[in-house]
Design a protein around this ligand. Structure first.
Ligand code: KG4
Ligand code: ZN
Length: 336
């Protein structure tokens, strides 16, 4: 009888220390330790992120193995996020993964974080059929990806400046909200009127995105209104958030619609931290009905950074014997 393939995944690219176990393509555990320390600084402090990863990684990996009900000796390979991310943070995860692979004499598998986000859609049932399009929206990236098999992906379009999550977080900061502001804007937006204020949408060619204009128009909008009424943000917070969110979702979904028309693909996925956005999830569902799309929206724990997606792509690379040498290094801005 063929023995099972157990892959350990390790994620440490930003401010979540995470470990997961995948058995034959099914996720058995996904432990995520978030780093609260950054909240008081209004953004992720790279040096503090690295230290927190170092403090947490041993217990997070132990917890993932325990929850999966397996011993280290049963592992078939160790996969880890090699790129992109904060270099110090990546070095903690990659160093740990390399040491573990070396000590247990296991294959090592490097993973590209953005490809892993796309494959987070394979974690739950029903999985998307290939080929599918994935709108990947996170704190560092905004991409539309065509995925033709677990390991064949092509970026069809991406942002030329800020990422969607970055636009959310920077706008939240302007509104005086703590980091990460994306989920807070989402919550206030639910209570507000999306048509109350107007923020212009950029006219970008092809499938490219741009969010810096929305951010700048928000800056001028707030400056003007605060001059007239210092309490403007407090009294209109829900409507400002709803109107900003309306603009962001419109920009994202217009491009997704264009990509679907151009490629003829109607199997549509979303991924990344901003895919946790309630407004985006709702509007995508409405669009799916209108255009007969089959959509896949990962559960919240698989949208924001997690190691389950690292273990999942690790499993597919293991099947294809795509292993990395122990000399592999982490890189902050690696391509794919
Ligand atoms: O994928 P992720 O966890 O980390 C990166 O790889 O960047 O994404 C984090 C981003 C942050 O910018 C955060 O504000 C945003 O995802 N985010 C949200 C929501 N939840 C997380 N943005 C909008 N609405 C949300 N509900
Ligand atoms: Zn991410």
């Amino acid at each position: 009888m063929k023995s099972s393939v157990y892959i350990l995944g390790i994620e440490s690219s930003c401010d979540e220390t995470s470990a997961a176990v995948c058995c034959d393509g099914k996720i058995l555990s996904n432990i995520i330790a978030s780093q609260e320390i950054h909240q008081q600084y209004g953004g992720v402090v790279p040096e503090l992120a690295s230290r927190a990863h170092l403090q947490k990684i041993v217990q997070v990996v132990d917890a993932a193995l325990k929850k999966a009900g397996i011993q280290k000796s049963q592992l078939s390979a160790v996969s880890f996020t090699q790129s992109p991310g904060l270099i110090g943070a990546l070095l903690v995860g990659s160093g740990f993964a390399k040491s573990l692979a070396l000590s247990l004499n296991l294959p090592l598998i490097e993973v590209h974080h953005m490809q892993a986000h796309v494959l987070s859609n394979l974690i739950e049932e029903p999985a998307p059929r290939f080929p599918f399009l994935c709108l990947t929206v996170s704190g560092g990236h905004t991409q539309i990806v065509r995925c033709t098999s677990p390991l064949s992906m092509e970026v069809l379009g991406e942002t030329v400046d800020d990422a969607a999550g970055e636009a959310y977080d920077k706008t939240a900061k302007m509104l005086g909200l703590p980091y990460p502001g994306g989920p807070l804007i989402d919550a206030y937006a639910e209570q507000g009127d999306p048509k109350r204020f107007h923020f212009p949408e950029p006219q970008m060619p092809g499938l490219s995105f741009s969010f810096s204009g929305v951010k700048t128009s928000m800056l001028y909008f707030l400056q003007k209104h605060r001059q007239e009424d210092p309490a403007f943000v407090d009294t209109h917070l829900n409507d400002i958030c709803a109107s900003f969110q309306h603009t962001m979702i419109s920009i994202l979904l217009q491009k997704l619609k264009k990509a679907s028309i151009e490629t003829g693909i109607r199997e549509i996925c979303i991924a990344g931290g901003v895919a946790a956005n309630k407004g985006l999830r709702k509007e995508l569902s409405a669009m799916a009905k209108r255009f007969q799309w089959t959509i896949h929206i990962p559960s919240l724990e698989y949208c924001t950074d997690n190691a389950a997606m690292i273990a999942m792509i690790g499993y597919h690379k293991f099947i294809e014997k795509q292993f990395s040498p122990l000399t592999v290094t982490a890189t902050a801005r690696g391509g794919w």
